[in-house]
Design a protein around this ligand. Structure first.
Ligand code: MN
Length: 278
């Protein structure tokens, strides 16, 4: 089994070393990760400059440090290593529960793998776990044993609390959000702002946050389709638009030119010359 390991805390994170070590019991491991910490970088990619990587060494294991984001690192790793079976991201220093999956680079690295058609698991531990990840290794092993079979889920977000009681399947807790702007000031008295997070508790039963509060390892299967199916059905029936015509048009308007035109409009144009030509 070929296991690509990445993270968002940077290639030298002790959490990554712990995950890579456990993963190597299950197959051949290659580490490709950001050269510096890119926590909270979400699913950003580097599209306005080229990427490069350098070999390095973490705990006797060859690794590659990429001057890009977690998603960049997974893309570069998958490009250079044929037939990757699964991508593991983490072990992040700090939980990724509930709405934090929107900001998480750890989860984004796993999502990037899924976009590339690969299976992936994101792993997070308490922020206070650093620097001793030894107690978490048996739980990483248990999670991999539970997930590394043929019909395992495509994308899973795993959070490992301190001294777990066992493993449970969960859903994402999205009822409350922990992001908050906190004003402060610089030495000159000018106002600055922290985009900070505050502690949440008492999440709904069955969610990732609830599970970790109760001391369970939380395993949340994630999907990448953000469509709100319930709202879509409600709006289609209460406020129908032109869907009927859109699917009934014959012959379809879509053409190779139309497909290319939309595709070109998804990315920024290349730099213009002073006379306006590209
Ligand atoms: Mn991180």
């Amino acid at each position: 089994m070929r296991i690509l390991v990445s993270n968002d805390d940077g290639v030298y994170s002790p959490g990554l070393a712990a995950l890579a070590e456990v993963a190597s019991e299950f197959g051949s491991v290659r580490v490709v990760a950001p050269d510096v910490e890119r926590s909270s970088s979400g699913h950003s990619i580097t599209a306005t400059r080229p990427l490069s990587y350098r070999p390095t060494n973490i705990g006797g294991l060859t690794a590659y440090r990429v001057n890009g984001t977690p998603a960049d690192s997974v893309a570069i790793g998958a490009y250079h290593w044929e037939k990757v079976d699964i991508v593991l991201s983490g072990l992040n220093i700090g939980f990724n529960l509930g709405n934090s999956i929107w900001h998480s680079g750890t989860v984004a690295a796993a999502k990037q793998a899924t976009l590339l058609g690969l299976r992936a698991i994101a792993f997070s531990a308490p922020a206070s776990a650093e620097p001793d990840f030894e107690p978490y290794k048996p739980w990483l092993r248990q999670v991999l044993e539970a997930l590394l079979h043929e019909d395992g889920p495509r994308l899973v977000n795993v959070n490992v609390p301190r001294e777990p009681r066992g493993l449970v399947w969960t859903r994402v807790s999205v009822r409350t959000y922990d992001g908050r702007i906190v004003p402060t000031s610089d030495p000159m008295g000018r106002t600055l702002f922290w985009f900070s997070t505050h502690a949440l508790e008492s999440a709904e039963e069955g969610t990732d946050r609830w599970a970790v509060e109760q001391g369970w390892v939380s395993l949340t299967p994630l999907g990448l389709d953000l469509t709100d199916g319930e709202q879509l059905r409600r709006m289609q029936s209460s406020h129908p638009l032109d869907e009927g015509r859109a699917v009934a048009v014959s012959p379809p308007r879509s053409s190779p030119q139309a497909v290319r035109s939309v595709s070109e409009d998804e990315s920024e144009p290349s730099a213009s010359t002073p006379d306006g030509s590209r």
